[in-house]
Design a protein around this ligand. Structure first.
Ligand code: PAF
Length: 303
């Protein structure tokens, strides 16, 4: 694996290639990132990962300073996974001057849900992702579906700005109990880690209620939030939305009800977790985005 610390080094390394496949990360890599890298190896003539903790997407009170930086382990994992090129710019390389030109995503998509609770988050994400795309010039870029809204925002940016990049979404990787893998899971102590699975279970219960015929979403979502709050969580949202635009389905919109996603964000102690699963109002059609069968069974409470 070759490591580029600057944009010019990266361009020199990638010059011989026509179709890089790219995985953008903030480091502290887990199996979800490595699964993306494996897909990148299949898709590109060179696989490229980036590690860059992007200040622009953190609010002042968030964990930018304490975000885990695990350089040695990350390099070892990428090397073992067969990554060809690692782009790890220093902040002064990617942002040599204050980044005053920013990508402003469509507020209809970016100011709801995560964007509501983390104002400016998707502006920061889009700005760095576009900049990384300009550095790497990938033909394919891979993103995990755990960050469902992020994946949608990036897809929309690529489409609206006519970037010649295919965005590939990959299913969420889960631990054996069903918790979505996330760099922030490392913040959880043993008790919180055991409790954390209640988030995907709550999403599963919501999805099942909808697939079982409930349409009173406000009441359902309120019950789900209260149930988590009663266990000591501080939920931001647990909500059922249409996959196409992340808005609530209208009562008479049959197609919308058949193509839903249940999204949740909640704080457990100081750790904020997010997760989602795709669902459908059609009986028996609800399923987890991530498909490892044992996890699915366990979360459904049937294993
Ligand atoms: O999902 C992430 O890790 C980050 O938001 C990303 C896409 C690497 C941009 O900083």
């Amino acid at each position: 694996m070759q490591i580029a610390r600057s944009v010019s080094d990266l361009r020199a390394l990638l010059a011989p290639y026509r179709a890089p496949a790219f995985v953008a990360t903030m480091g502290n890599l887990h199996d979800g990132h490595i699964a993306l890298l494996h897909r990148a190896r299949d898709l590109g003539d060179v696989s490229v990962a980036s590690i860059f903790v992007n200040r622009l997407q953190f609010l002042p009170h968030e964990d930018f300073d304490s975000y885990p930086r695990t350089w040695d382990q990350d390099c070892a994992r990428l090397e073992a996974a067969g990554c060809d090129v690692l782009f790890a710019p220093r902040e002064a390389d990617l942002y040599p001057e204050p980044q005053t030109f920013k990508v402003q995503p469509d507020p209809a998509l970016a100011d709801i849900l995560e964007g509501h609770y983390r104002p400016g988050f998707f502006t920061g994400v889009c700005t760095v992702v576009l900049k990384l795309f300009n550095c790497v010039q990938p033909r394919h870029a891979l993103f995990g579906q755990k960050d469902y809204q992020q994946l949608m925002v990036v897809r929309r940016m690529v489409q609206q700005l006519a970037l010649p990049i295919e965005i590939v979404g990959a299913q969420t990787e889960r631990a054996a109990d069903g918790l979505a893998l996330s760099s922030r899971n490392g913040y959880l102590d043993a008790a919180a880690r055991a409790e954390a699975v209640q988030l995907p279970l709550a999403l599963r219960a919501l999805a099942d209620a909808v697939s079982g015929g409930r349409r009173d979403l406000e009441a359902l979502e309120g019950e789900a939030m209260q149930a988590l709050a009663a266990r000591g969580w501080k939920p931001d949202y647990l909500t059922v939305r249409k996959r196409g635009d992340l808005l609530p389905p209208a009562a008479d919109d049959d197609a919308g009800w058949h193509s839903l996603v249940v999204l949740g964000a909640a704080r457990l102690g100081a750790t904020r977790l997010i997760d989602n699963l795709e669902a459908s109002a059609h009986p028996q059609a609800t399923h987890f985005v991530s498909s490892p069968t044992p996890h699915r069974g366990r979360l459904a409470g049937s294993a």
